[in-house]
Design a protein around this ligand. Structure first.
Ligand SMILES: [Zn+2]
Ligand SMILES: [Zn+2]
Length: 275
């Protein structure tokens, strides 16, 4: 049976609600699934509070995906099995969410100053339930308004770092994130190392307290996977993998179950939930 250790729901930028995701995972015949929304554990909390976690018919692993602060590279760190009601975790996540709102308002203000007629409410309509309001929501709004022909163009012209409506945001450093995950009883794993874009930095991360590496990932080719498996071996780290499923029709994988990993890679992360 296959498993998937990296998925998103409506609690961040995914299309499926946590409930829908579990149903889709069962329909796809998955044994283990981890929910790893950006900067939030709300999905698991929602399931827990509605009596759907622990789930019947599928083994759910609680997770999160943090974006770390770095000058040039994109470093994402997955955390599995943290105590989701830990006070320090909740406080930190609140800081991140608050930072996102402040950033959002400043970007809208900049766009208005540039002469675009965009309003916060327009973007909120598109963002729906998401607490992880992001530049891609703003870009989608601008496309819908007919200002740009694609999300990419919106980024290139106004939203990308260095462009006129860009605003930086509050993020923890990689070591702060790793330490926080561990203090909350969780396991930190480096997400999609290829997307870090710099293998030297990847190795530096692997030496800084990370406990696993996401060697299996849709955008890794065979060579990449081999190289990251060798790194896992070298630093005695756990190997994980996942599809980074968002439920977006144009983004691979369009469906759960198309990109999976062996159960034995997922089973070591599974903990029988305490009820
Ligand atoms: Zn990521
Ligand atoms: Zn992701």
């Amino acid at each position: 049976m296959p498993s998937d250790l990296h998925t998103h729901t409506t609690c961040s930028d995914g299309v499926f609600s946590p409930e829908e995701l579990l149903e889709a995972a069962k329909a796809a015949g998955l044994s283990y699934i981890a929910i790893t929304d950006h900067d939030t554990v709300d999905g698991i909390c929602q399931l827990y509070e509605s009596g759907l976690y622990p789930a019947k018919g599928i083994k759910v692993i609680p997770g999160i995906e943090f974006s770390a602060h770095h000058e040039v590279s994109q470093i994402h760190i997955l955390g599995y099995n943290m105590d989701m009601y830990n006070r320090e975790l909740q406080d930190k996540l609140n800081d991140v969410v608050e930072g996102r709102w402040t950033r959002f308002s400043s970007m809208i203000k900049k766009l208005q100053d540039l002469g675009y007629t965009i309003k916060e409410a327009d973007v909120l309509k598109i963002a729906g339930d998401s607490t992880a309001i992001s530049r891609s929501h703003i870009a989608q709004t601008l496309v819908r308004m007919g200002v740009f022909s694609s999300v990419k163009e919106a980024f290139d012209v106004v939203l990308e770092k260095g462009r006129p409506a860009y605003v930086g945001h509050y993020r923890m450093s990689p070591t702060e994130i790793i330490d926080l995950i561990k203090r909350c009883g969780g396991t930190p794993v480096l997400a999609h190392p290829k997307l870090v874009g710099d293998d030297e930095l990847v190795e530096e991360m692997l030496r800084s307290g990370i406990e696993g590496i996401e060697a299996y990932y849709p955008r890794h080719d065979e060579e990449d996977t081999k190289r990251y498996l060798a790194m896992a071996d070298k630093y005695h780290l756990m190997v994980t993998g996942g599809s980074d499923f968002h439920g977006i029709a144009t983004r691979f994988p369009e469906k759960l179950g198309i990109f999976t990993i062996d159960d034995n890679l997922a089973s070591s992360l599974y903990k029988e939930p305490e009820i």
